[in-house]
Design a protein around this ligand. Structure first.
Ligand SMILES: Cc1cc2nc3c(=O)[nH]c(=O)nc-3n(C[C@H](O)[C@H](O)[C@H](O)COP(=O)(O)OP(=O)(O)OC[C@H]3O[C@@H](n4cnc5c(N)ncnc54)[C@H](O)[C@@H]3O)c2cc1C
Length: 439
């Protein structure tokens, strides 16, 4: 590995650091390198299920929002692969996830700043630089960008369940192939849960699927225009300026704007259920049981069987079911990666243990101001629900590029929001102890 000092070393090459690498590709004066532990680019391979679709427009790709002439846009990918006209003719409401993943892989193959098969192992501060240990050597860098994604979350009651009788949705594509279980419970009413239920219904080995969700119903992603205003730079900037208690409250209320099920997926599932019912000799489909408003509170494994106990919020009762396998579609959370252990105590955390992020996505820490640690996919509560999504990835990368350069290389100027979110005089803010606006 060279002894050259990099302007930026990046950890992880998922879509977010890939976007940054693609934006920085247009700035040859910056020396940057990104390290990825996988041998080649792969986007959530465990959830690449047949028929899976994107939840965002292809114009919200790695670069276009702030750099529409970049060679690394989705449109450029289509033209290069000679699919431009056919892609338009296909009139997708939602683009297949495998095509977007192929686009990401194409960008990853084209950028020279990426190193695959190389984990970031350790970071120390050394004489005004970060000294970064990676597989096979060391690099020195003035700034870091952590883009390592999130880790799968399981409920606490599930910690002792044998791995052979349960798995997280992040492994679904790998585990569904040789599934032996007859009765399967899927826990989680978001997009991943819906896609896994859909996949399970097509498997001969499976005799019954139970879909359990804490939410009162199987609820759609809200992608209507005013909700989509939450996914604009103007909203993100205003949100970041709010006090933490308001940001946490708003994020909770906005959950269906980011974590609901795509209406197209819900419609497809509903029609499938309708057809199964229609085909059943007595009009009853015993192969599927849909149970929203269920809060699973315990799991007991009895040999090869698991008993799940849940509260039903609809009629305030308690139910149990027996299954052979539990699939957790229960989401992901951000944790500071192990390679930052030496700096952990120097990074400021918010009330829920997440790093506090400046508006330019760098952490607040007690190190030199010119050595920034940018962190991606950790800003749901600092920048809003759009931060963990692709929606503003190209814009965020441009913000970081400008911060690295100390000048406005990318034009970040945006039109004012259509909605007037803030009061004209926000100095008249109601003190926290006097309560918040009604829901
Ligand atoms: C199934 C699924 C579908 C999604 N679909 C959409 C969508 O349609 N639209 C949308 O807006 N958002 C979507 N999201 C949300 C978000 O866009 C994705 O999670 C996205 O992959 C986040 O990108 P990332 O780069 O932060 O993390 P990841 O994609 O998780 O990439 C992180 C990378 O870092 C690597 N890594 C980890 N540690 C190290 C280390 N120490 N050294 C080197 N490399 C390391 C990992 O191997 C991995 O490749 C989806 C999320 C999921 C789970």
């Amino acid at each position: 590995m060279t002894s050259q000092v990099l302007d930026l070393a990046g950890a992880g090459i998922g879509p977010f650091n890939l976007s940054l690498a693609a934006q920085l590709d247009s700035i040859p004066t910056l020396s940057v390198r990104f390290f990825e532990k996988r041998r080649s680019f792969s986007w959530h391979p465990g959830m690449m299920l047949p028929g899976a679709e994107m939840q965002t427009s292809i114009l919200k790709d790695l670069v276009t929002a702030t750099n529409p002439t970049s060679p690394w846009s989705f449109l450029s990918y289509l033209v290069t692969h000679k699919r431009f006209y056919q892609f338009l003719n296909a009139e997708y409401e939602a683009v297949p996830r495998k095509e977007f993943a192929d686009y990401l892989g194409w960008v990853a193959q084209g950028l020279t700043s990426l190193r695959f098969g190389t984990s970031m192992r350790d970071v120390q501060v050394d004489d005004g630089l970060f000294s970064v240990a990676v597989d096979g050597g060391h690099v020195h860098a003035r700034n870091l960008c952590v883009g390592v994604g999130k880790i799968p979350v399981r409920p606490t009651w599930a910690e002792n369940l044998p791995k052979s009788l349960s798995f997280h949705s992040s492994e679904a594509a790998l585990r569904l192939g040789d599934l032996k279980a007859r009765r399967v419970a899927v826990i989680g009413g978001g997009q991943s849960g819906a896609e896994i239920v859909d996949a399970l219904m097509g498997l001969d080995a499976v005799s019954s699927v139970h879909w359990l969700s804490r939410r009162p119903n199987f609820e759609p992603l809200d992608a209507t225009p005013f909700t989509n205003e939450l996914f604009t730079p103007g909203y993100m900037e205003r949100f970041h300026g709010l006090p933490e208690n308001l940001r946490l409250t708003h994020t909770r209320r906005q959950v269906l704007a980011s974590d609901g099920v795509s209406p197209a997926t819900l419609k497809k599932l509903y029609r499938r259920l309708y057809e199964r019912k229609f085909d059943a000799p007595d009009g009853t489909d015993r192969g599927i049981s849909l149970r929203p408003y269920r809060d699973v509170i315990a799991a007991t494994s009895n040999g090869p069987e698991i008993e799940l106990t849940m509260r039903n919020g609809f009629d305030n009762s308690v139910e149990t079911i027996d299954v052979d396998l539990v699939v957790f579609a229960t989401g992901y959370r951000f944790v500071l990666p192990d390679f930052l252990q030496a700096l952990q105590n120097r990074i400021a955390l918010n009330s829920i243990g997440e790093p506090i992020l400046e508006s330019d996505f760098s952490v607040v820490w007690d190190g030199p101001g010119e050595n920034r640690i940018f962190v991606l996919n950790a800003g749901r509560h600092s920048h809003g629900i759009a931060e963990p999504q692709l929606s503003l990835a190209a814009w965020r990368s441009a913000v970081i590029a400008n911060a690295l350069l100390g000048r406005a290389h990318f034009d970040l100027g945006q039109l004012d929001p259509i909605v007037q979110w803030e009061s004209q005089d926000s100095t008249l803010r109601i003190p926290a102890h006097m309560g918040q606006a009604a829901e």
